[in-house]
Ligand binder design. Sequence first.
Ligand code: ADP
Ligand code: MG
Length: 238
Amino acid sequence: MAGIRFEHVWKRFGEVTVLKDLNIEINDGEFLVLVGPSGCGKSTALRCLAGLEEITEGNIFIGDRVVNNVPPRDRDIAMVFQSYALYPHMSVYENMAFALKLRKIAKTEIDQRVKEAAEMLGISHLLDRKPKALSGGQRQRVALGRAIVRSPSVFLMDEPLSNLDAKLRVQTRAEISKLHQRLETTFIYVTHDQTEAMTMGSRIAVMRDGILQQLDTPQNLYDTPANMFVAGFIGSPS
Ligand code: ADP
Ligand code: MG
C-alpha cells in the first residue's frame, strides 16, 4: 500500500498544456475516482504517475518518495487499460505469469499467485485458453489478473470497462469494488462516466481542461459542488 501525492504538477506537450497545477492527495488504501470529460487530462495524469510520461513541473510522491525520476518498473504500480493487450499466442496462465517469470520468481510461487488471482476473479477454468477463445468480460478479468499477481502498491485503472456492454459493466464495477476491499491497496480509477464515478468512489476528483475542480466524497460533490461545472457534470445523466 502507498499514498499518492501530486504537488503542483504541470504537464506540457510542446505548446499544449495538459495538466495545470494539479494538486491531489490520495490516502493509503483509498479508492479514488478521477472523472472528467474526454480530453481533460485524466489519462495523462495516470501516465505521469506510472512514469510513462515525464512531468514538466512539480512533484509526484508515492509514499514518502518523490518518483519524478524513478523508472516505471521501480514504481510498484500496475495499470489496467480499456484495451486489454493480452499476448495472443500465450494462454491465460502464461499471460498472468509472464511478468513474474521476468522477475525470476520461483515457479511454485508463480503457480500459487496465479491460482489465487484466478480464483478471486472466477477464471480458474480458463487458465489453458488463448485470449481469442475468451469473451470481452473474461479478457478484462485476465488483464486484472495480470495486475493482481504482481501485488503492486498502487492500481491504476484507465476506463477499464468502456469496451464492455452495459450489463457486464455494472457487474464488473461491483467486482472491482470488492477487489479493492480484499486487496486493501490504493486504487485510482479513471472514467468519464459520472454514474460510475458516483457509485464507485469513496472520493472523487473532478477535472476539467487539466484543472482539478473539486476532490470530495460523492455526497459532498452533490450537496456542495464547488462550481457550475461540477454541479452540471455530477447532475447530468450519463
Ligand atoms: P483524457 O484521458 O481525459 O481523455 P488525455 O490525458 O488523454 O485526456 O489527453 C488530454 C489532452 O492531452 C488531449 O488534448 C490530448 O490530445 C493531449 N495529449 C495527450 N497525449 C499527448 C501527446 N503524447 N502529445 C500531445 N498531446 C497529447
Ligand atoms: Mg483517457
